[in-house]
Design a binder for this molecule. Sequence first.
Ligand code: ZN
Length: 422
Amino acid sequence: MSTHGFSILFIAFLLATLVVRCWLLWRHVRHVQGHRGAVPPQFAEKIPLAAHQKAADYTVARSRFGLITLFVNTAVLLGFTLLGGLQWLSVAILNLTGPGMTYQIALLAAFAAISGIIDLPFEYYRKFVLEAKFGFNRMTPALFFSDMLKSAALGVLIGLPLVWVILMLMDKAGDLWWLYAWFVWSGFQLLMLVLYPTVIAPMFNKFTPLSDDSLRSRIENLMQRVGFASKGLFVMDGSKRSAHGNAYFSGFGAAKRIVFFDTLLARLAPQEIEAVLAHELGHFKLKHIVKRIVVMFALSLALLALLGYLKTQVWFYSGLGVDPIPGVPNDAMALLLFMLALPVFTFLFSPLTSISSRKHEFEADAFAARHSNAQDLVSALVKLYEDNASTLTPDPLHSAFYDSHPPATVRINRLLANARTA
Ligand SMILES: [Zn+2]
């Protein structure tokens, strides 16, 4: 491919993505505002009009903010690539460090620092203005900045050795470096599955064993019924940061644990908590989690093989605004360009991933209906939609691109149909 050809392809995909994203946001806002006046009939008895309208306003406010960040991110991406930002950064660092591993690591670190600084005001606004306006933010600025420092320190502690190993492989392991890098990357992902729940998450939140005896025996009962062994039930102080409620299931093997946000326990009745958990256990028992991990590994192998090819093509660098400097290792630059360009070429295909994720959600809902109670799951979901101000009337096309879960009405109708046939 020629340099110009690739630049044109990149700009074409970038523009198409920008146009589609704007169009989806516009459709979504119009759809939500069009349904603001009345609660959808199947929710009419359960959700008050005021809550429905708050959800609409929250959705519109987030979409507008999404539009601004979309334009800023696109401008930043162009600035780094075709407008020469990375080229300039690379030359500036090279003058300081000379060619070698220090140059490569410094280039990645500088890029991470600059992107982090650009994101900071947007993140701050999102938490302390947008989320706060709708009563969701529970975070103090002190906690916000201490989280940020902790994440940056973790990024250095964990990311630096990983990046160093990958760059070494790219430099020294020959044509099949991407295959070795894939083994390292996969091993790292598996290690994180164990380390995240046991070491990393506790650095940010307090986890206490679930102390409510009657709830615990109800949950242990359910786990016995579906044949699931867990290494513990924990309550997490999610209320420290946000009023949004959630439950999740994390880790595998010896680190397998179930985590409830305190905000969720405070709001749901015991039988509703059981139904939500039955849904989560469904994901596990139906092997959704294993399937997701296998797909992720296969995908990363294909992407690394692609990077293995692109790294040796001059047009890949020059088409994205970077002139490879003779005698200087380009591996870090190849990683950066790949990371920046990839989403531009994949966004238009994102509905494909949400199809399989929705299929899994329906299956987990059916599992919960079989092993717990569909009505209880419906009433739990209704409370969660209301509390999180999730819109009940998303634009279907916007939802197909962005939502991992089916729209509320579709999901609840399906569950109620399950409940009638049960
Ligand atoms: Zn689910």
